[in-house]
Design a protein around this ligand. Structure first.
Ligand code: A2R
Length: 317
């Protein structure tokens, strides 16, 4: 008999196909009486699949006393309490590396679109304004800028690799100094003051909540552009709205928000922001690679108790 696997979120057809060959799938969203499910089936569920947005609610973790592994579809796992899982001996896996290029491309796309006002220019044509009002107002160059990367990890490095094309001066801030040629700042505000563009690509979670503060945004300044492809929580969102409204920050390209899918209404009215609904890795190709890795972790664990890509907190298990 196939072992039980609880899925949080529906997964793709391909994911469901791969997993149903190995597991008996239960979908959290289809369970009407959770207490009854936990009482009857909970003790036999050793496998959970989820995604970076939904994570695993505490009541689900508590309802599955023999849970052994949580496989997360996404690199960011801040919605899962990995330390608590480690303490209970539950392995957590995620999908690093396979999305580096895609998210880095998204970061560059958002920066270019924001700086050159791509969406606004498109709207200008669609609104029929070109014949009547003439040329679109000048925008700001993306060439020869100083670009700060907040979080020079796997994706941050992929972003840096792309910046050579724009003759950027690359600087970075992370917890530790890396063995790279770019200038390291141990103070984020000081880095922002020296940057034309700040690209955020740290993990989310309590350690990074609000680290892009009003002070950092003021330092980036009225011509500065803020790009966020990490987690909405990394930026103090009310402070961001205020900085944009008051012209203390030049513009923002945002793929992520603090309370997704809710986006501050005030941003809808602004012509110096470009907004995306958390689609940094959302291409057919990259999502397929992420899905395959999510399944590989579960299937390998079932086979021999090892995983492909554990999160650091549970790598010792
Ligand atoms: O630990 P370090 O020194 O390597 O720095 C990491 C940095 N980071 C931070 N920087 C400043 N203040 C913090 N409190 C802080 N915490 C972490 O973020 C590292 O340079 C970077 C994260 O790199 P990776 O672990 O390689 O993550 P990856 O694969 O680049 O993905 C980053 C995030 C995901 O967690 C998702 O939220 C998002 O991108 O898609």
């Amino acid at each position: 008999m196939k072992p039980n696997l609880l899925m949080i979120g529906n997964g793709t057809d391909r994911i469901r196909g791969q997993l149903s060959a190995e597991f008996n799938l239960h979908f959290l969203g289809d369970i009407d009486d959770l207490a009854a499910f936990f009482a009857e089936t909970g003790p036999s569920v050793e496998y959970v699949m989820t995604n970076g947005h939904d994570g695993v609610p505490t009541e689900v973790i508590n309802g599955l006393p023999n849970l052994k592994i949580i496989s997360c579809y996404g690199v960011g796992y801040d919605a899962i309490d990995a330390d608590a899982c480690a303490a209970r001996g539950i392995v957590v896996t995620h999908t690093p590396n396979v999305l580096n290029d895609e998210v880095a491309n998204t970061a560059i796309l958002l920066w270019l679109a924001t700086s050159r006002k791509l969406v606004q220019a498109d709207n200008y044509i669609r609104a029929g304004r070109w014949p009547s009002e003439g040329g679109f107002p000048l925008t700001r160059t993306v060439q020869d800028r100083t670009v700060g990367i907040l979080g020079l990890g796997r994706i941050g490095q992929a972003i840096a690799d792309r910046l050579a094309m724009f003759n950027s001066t690359i600087v970075y801030h992370s917890r530790t100094k890396k063995d790279v040629e770019y200038l390291f700042y141990d103070n984020l505000t000081e880095m922002a003051a020296d940057c034309d563009v700040l690209i955020c690509i740290t993990p989310g979670g309590k350690e990074t909540r609000g680290i892009v503060s009003a002070e950092v945004m003021n330092a980036l300044g009225r011509d500065g552009i803020l790009v966020n492809v990490s987690r909405g929580s990394v930026i103090d969102e009310p402070a961001l709205v205020a900085a944009l409204q008051e012209g203390r920050l030049g513009g923002a390209g945002l793929d992520v928000f603090d309370k997704e899918p809710i986006v501050p209404q005030a941003l809808f009215e602004m012509d110096n922001v470009v907004l995306q609904p958390h689609v940094g890795s959302a291409t057919v190709e990259t999502r397929q690679a992420m899905g395959d890795l999510t399944c590989d972790n579960l299937i390998q664990f079932k086979k021999d108790g090892t995983t492909v890509t554990s999160v650091p907190e549970t790598a010792h298990l």
